[in-house]
Design a protein. Sequence first.
Length: 70
Amino acid sequence: MAESQRDLEALSRRYAELGFDLSADEIEKFVPRIEQVETALDAVRSIDASGHEGVLTFVPRRAAAEQSHG
């Protein structure tokens, strides 16, 4: 992903709006890592778990305590 300096500056402004103060140069250093993360996320998203049921049902402790007292 070859980002132009203009694109990197736009990303820098966008990240600043989100509270991340990164320069265009800093963002450019992270582009390869971002690509790796996106590839990993795509791989995880492609896993078909529709045929599997969870063994346990997650119930937060607070909710479980309220149910036992309620």
